[in-house]
Design a protein around this ligand. Structure first.
Ligand SMILES: *[C@@H]1O[C@H](CO)[C@@H](O)[C@H](O)[C@H]1NC(C)=O
Ligand SMILES: *[C@@H]1O[C@H](CO)[C@@H](O)[C@H](O)[C@H]1NC(C)=O
Length: 380
């Protein structure tokens, strides 16, 4: 019962966060949002409300009326009908880029060229090479660029990593990381199924399964052992199951599916958001590693003994209702302000993640998603 009350209270506060008062001696970080994206309220607009040093200041959409309606709904001060105009606004410090994957490279490069920090939705780009170029430009310009693997900032995820690193269970032997949704959430014409825009289950949900595999195993895959896709369109996977070999005789499986077909066409399947880490002396079952704020459980089993842990806050950071995105925002703002962060996703991490995604598409023959046609001007 108490866990139900906890759930209701966390979820209610998550969607109606107490608004933070601006800090008197701090200039708030002003964000501009590219596109009136459906993910922006969860990923940035709500988290910003409870952050005393950040505001969502502007939004741009190619359809200015759409941007205007979005701004009105979310109390955003400034509206642009072009991404470039927003990027060029001198008042804006940081760009949030939730555009389709295939546009990540172009608009992140343009934002960095204009001197803006960038919070970039995952996967970072269509290719590892583009990912490297974006981070190199950010380094050259002394700007913060973060691939928004928000789950990596949550205490429950850190707790699982700490259990692994404590040595309690011995070396990691096998991991399985999954992310699946029942069919019906995404229509057939969803951009996630569009090859030229960087579509595919492995790009969308799969980027989490690959990232969490690499994070919990603590090493990068050396070989793709097998791949199985279910396709939605030619070259676009609705479902991918891949097996990897990693150093230390670890084998890992990832499962991602943008729409698990209903049983008998009648019964939707439960979403699968589980990570299982099997070690020499026991295993960890982590239920809901992607959105742990709503609910999660960490079940640690050794022999016949089993315990369940949960972690909604760090000892010195957070509130039970803070989402993964709120924890991520905390780190992003701290980084921009030159302060230490409780977690980070590095350049190398983002590049390696994209390399692993491309290695799966290479193995299956589906091929990497197309490179952007955008060529940065040499003056940046
Ligand atoms: C994919 O998106 C591009 C760019 O918006 C569009 O031109 C193309 O028709 C789309 N392809 C499909 C199969 O929907
Ligand atoms: C995910 O983990 C939970 C808790 O251990 C379990 O009840 C559920 O069946 C798992 N889901 C799948 C699809 O394996």
């Amino acid at each position: 019962m108490s866990s139900i009350i906890g759930f209701v209270s966390r979820v209610r506060t998550t969607f109606n966060p107490p608004e933070a008062k601006p800090l008197p001696n701090s200039k708030p970080l002003k964000f501009g949002v590219l596109g009136a994206a459906a993910i922006a309220p969860d990923a940035l607009i709500n988290p910003v409300k409870s952050h005393p040093e950040a505001v969502v200041f502007a939004v741009a959409a190619r359809d200015k009326e759409r941007a205007g309606a979005f701004a009105k709904k979310h109390g955003i001060a400034k509206v642009f009908g072009s991404y470039q105009e927003l990027i060029d606004d001198p008042e804006i410090d940081a760009i949030y880029n939730p555009l389709p994957n295939g546009l990540h490279y172009e608009w992140t490069m343009k934002a960095l060229a204009a001197g803006k920090h960038v919070l970039l939705e995952k996967p970072a780009a269509n290719t590892a090479e583009e990912t490297r170029k974006m981070f190199e430009l950010a380094e050259t310009k002394g700007l913060v660029l973060l691939e928004a693997f928000h789950y990596r900032f949550h205490p429950a995820v850190h707790r699982v990593k700490a259990i692994i690193e404590s040595g309690e269970l011995g070396a990691v032997q096998r991991t399985t990381t999954s992310l699946t949704l029942p069919g019906g959430y995404m229509k057939a014409n969803d951009i996630r199924f569009n090859y030229s825009l960087g579509g595919g289950a492995l790009m969308d949900m799969g980027c989490y399964t690959i990232n969490s595999m690499r994070y919990f195993a603590g090493v990068d895959p050396t070989e793709v052992l097998s791949v199985k896709h279910d396709l939605s369109n030619p070259q676009v996977d609705r479902k991918t199951v891949a097996k990897f070999a990693l150093p230390g005789s670890i084998t890992s499986t990832i499962v991602c599916d943008l729409g698990v077909p209903w049983k008998f066409k009648l019964i939707p399947s439960m979403p699968d958001l589980n990570a299982t880490i099997k070690c020499e002396k026991g295993d960890i079952k982590f239920m809901n590693y992607v959105m742990p704020t709503a609910y999660h459980s960490i079940t640690v089993t050794t022999g016949s003994k089993s315990r369940v842990e949960k972690a909604y806050t760090f000892p010195d950071l957070g509130e039970p209702w803070w989402t993964t995105y709120r924890y991520q925002l905390e780190a992003f703002v701290n980084r921009v302000k030159g302060r230490p962060t409780h977690a980070w996703v590095t350049k190398e991490d983002s590049i390696k993640n994209m390399e692993a995604i491309e290695s799966v598409y290479a193995k299956s023959g589906l091929g990497s998603r197309p490179k952007s046609e955008y060529v940065p001007s040499s003056s940046v």
